[in-house]
Ligand binder design. Structure first.
Ligand SMILES: Nc1ncnc2c1ncn2[C@@H]1O[C@H](COP(=O)(O)OP(=O)(O)OP(=O)(O)O)[C@@H](O)[C@H]1O
Length: 294
């Protein structure tokens, strides 16, 4: 299979759940870009039905014990965002190798240096404030797809292992500066088109305090060790109502409980992209983005 054909098939298979079948088909000369304003395919529920989430005006928290499937799941919003030429992607990856596969499509990629992470967050805050000034001047509440015409697009900021920056490296004051900036973006970013996707393998109250957790419109709990750590991700009281990620079997990799604002947690199995598929999609996204920019 030639390279462009292989990419088209990969894209078609993965993205058929989120695009009209006619948008990506064998006859199409090139696969089309996606849009960050469209729902993102995350996986299937217990009835085999596709589960999608629209991230604009929302944030996504992904948490669970090591090896439960968070990084695999993160590839889905990151992949969708990378292929969405109407948004910018900012990636924060202390390990370099998880989100690193998408590096070539990122507007900004931050590795293990905590100062770099703080600087990037501060730049995002400046951009957020600039957008609010603009909205205020125009007597509007939030950015919309029409703002693309004025050079304002959603920014998707993704953190693989937020605890690396907020609790592991650097000095206490650096970690605090990082945590304060992330909280500010999660709290105020949505209407300005700043979307935060944060993952952690430490579902504990010091890493995910209730006041921060509650700001995430989507919470995705992969297997947790205890009911209380599951509740830290989903919200207090869900475990006693029968929704606990501690009940997910260790061998059920990629299975998690997804809670969308105002709903009940749904048990879903995340879609899986192999490294080869991620590289192919990242290459495609890089080409799409270069074309868009020129
Ligand atoms: N949806 C899935 N379908 C099939 N296998 C999966 C799925 N999700 C995860 N896995 C398997 O589980 C392994 C661990 O997943 P992943 O690396 O995403 O875990 P993690 O929670 O990010 O771990 P860590 O916290 O250590 O980074 C993967 O290498 C893969 O083999």
């Amino acid at each position: 299979m030639s390279d462009p054909t292989r990419l088209r098939v990969l894209l078609r298979d993965w993205l058929s759940a989120v695009t009209t079948p006619a948008a990506i088909c064998d006859e199409a000369p090139e696969p089309l870009a996606l849009s960050i304003w469209d729902p993102i395919h995350l996986g299937v529920d217990e009835h085999g039905q596709p589960v999608r989430a629209t991230l604009t005006y929302r944030n996504l928290l992904v948490a669970g014990e090591p090896g439960a499937g968070k990084s695999v799941a993160l590839n889905l919003p990151v992949g969708h965002a990378a292929l969405s030429t109407d948004c910018d992607l900012w990636l924060f990856d202390g390990k370099l190798v998880e989100l690193g596969l998408w590096r070539t499509c990122a507007e900004r990629f931050v590795g293990p240096d905590l100062d770099d992470a703080i600087t990037a967050l501060s730049d995002l805050q400046v951009e957020m404030d600039r957008r609010y000034d603009l909205l205020d001047a125009q007597r509007r509440r939030k950015i919309t797809p029409d703002d693309a015409a004025h050079g304002i697009s959603p920014v998707v900021a993704v953190f693989d292992e937020v605890a690396y920056y907020s609790a592991t490296v650097g000095t206490k004051s650096q970690r605090e500066a990082f945590s304060v900036a992330v909280r500010d973006l999660v709290a105020r970013g949505r209407a300005a088109g700043i979307i935060v996707v944060a993952a952690t393998q430490r579902p504990s109250s010091d890493i995910i305090p209730t006041s921060l957790r509650d700001l995430f419109g989507y919470r995705w709990a992969f297997r947790c060790t205890t009911d209380s750590s599951s509740d830290i991700v989903l919200g207090a009281g869900w475990a006693t109502r029968g929704y606990t990620a501690a009940a997910i079997a260790p061998e059920d990799k990629g299975v998690g409980l997804l809670l969308a604002e105002g709903g009940e947690p749904r048990r879903i199995k995340s879609a899986y992209l192999s490294d080869e598929q991620v590289y192919a999609l990242a290459d495609r996204a890089t080409i799409l983005r270069a074309g868009w920019a020129s």
